[in-house]
Design a protein around this ligand. Structure first.
Ligand SMILES: Nc1ncnc2c1ncn2[C@@H]1O[C@H](COP(=O)(O)OP(=O)(O)OP(=O)(O)O)[C@@H](O)[C@H]1O
Ligand SMILES: [Mg+2]
Length: 288
């Protein structure tokens, strides 16, 4: 028997995948304990778009100094893009972190990147500092086409406890860009282990919360901590999760299992260190 919560879960999943200009875009946050399939949830959404909306552009933000998650989708489904003045080194984790060559496309600015980004592929972008994603989302609001953005470990893009210029930049990003996602043709899916990693101004703009096993509920959600604590990890059939969209909630199982692909453990580092925040402010004009 399908429970009421499962039916509601399916209804909310449809809301994620249906692109309706009247309903607008969506901003989702997936949380859960370490290894609870947070990244896999994002991969499953990206794969759905590749399959069902192959004429829409998808952008993916990876962490530095961590295994590239996108490779779990399998070869041929993604492309790498690197800003033209940034030195990104890809290292082979199966070969003592020796630099390895992988095909990349260079771009000079956001217009150039958007033009070069491929439809039917996940476009994985390296700006040299993950904070640039705040500006890129700002840019994407006005491209006039449905776009999809996936940000793994959102706490690195919109960190809690930033200071100075970064704090101001995050303020603009939260109050102006994230607040507007629903009005744009833009779906943004992010994840983090704990919501406390994210700036509080951004937290309040999240429209859909996905709680995987081990997640901490929040005081604005109707999903109780006891309910989340009852979610059991299932590495065979997929992990269950609660979905909460503005007070309405349901349960789903994420059945697609994404495992590391043997022999393809690559990470990316920015040679010479990540670019400074001051560069970011001049990259596309200072809007703070
Ligand atoms: N849908 C799924 N359901 C259950 N287990 C999964 C699922 N997808 C992947 N897994 C398993 O769980 C492991 C961790 O998945 P994933 O990397 O997505 O978790 P994570 O929460 O992002 O981890 P981290 O906390 O390290 O970022 C995978 O290596 C795989 O073995
Ligand atoms: Mg992860």
């Amino acid at each position: 028997m399908v429970s009421k919560q499962e039916i509601l879960g399916q209804k909310i999943m449809k809301r994620i995948h249906i692109h309706d200009k009247d309903q607008g875009g969506i901003l989702s946050l997936t949380t859960g304990s370490q290894g609870s399939a947070k990244t896999s949830v994002l991969l499953s959404f990206a794969e759905y778009i590749l399959k069902h909306h192959s004429t829409e552009k998808i952008f993916w933000s990876e962490c530095y100094k961590a295994p590239l998650q996108i490779v779990k989708l399998g070869k041929g489904k993604y492309r790498f893009f690197v800003k033209n003045d940034v030195d990104i080194i890809f290292r082979d984790r199966d070969n003592k972190l020796k630099p390895t060559k992988i095909p990349i496309t260079r771009f000079k600015d956001y217009d150039d990147l958007y033009k070069k980004a491929k439809m039917g592929k996940v476009n994985v972008v390296f700006f040299g500092n993950r904070l640039y994603w705040m500006e890129f989302l700002d840019y994407l609001r006005s491209v006039g086409e449905w776009v999809h953005i996936f940000i793994d470990e959102f706490g690195e893009v919109c960190p809690a406890y930033a200071s100075g210029k970064s704090w101001k930049k995050i303020g603009y990003f939260s109050e102006d860009v994230l607040k507007d996602i629903r009005k744009c043709m833009m779906n943004v899916h992010v994840n983090t282990q704990s919501v406390t990693n994210i700036d509080h101004r951004a937290r309040s703009k999240i429209m859909l919360k996905i709680f995987l096993p081990g997640a901490i509920s929040d005081k604005h959600s109707r999903v109780t901590q006891a309910a989340i604590d009852n979610l059991k990890r299932d590495p065979i059939h997929g992990n269950p999760a609660y979905l909460d969209i503005r007070g309405e909630f349901g349960v789903v199982t994420f059945k697609d299992i994404y495992k590391p692909i043997k022999g393809f453990h690559i990470d990316a580092i920015c040679n010479g260190g990540e670019r400074e925040m001051s560069f970011i402010l001049s990259f596309n004009g200072d809007k703070t």
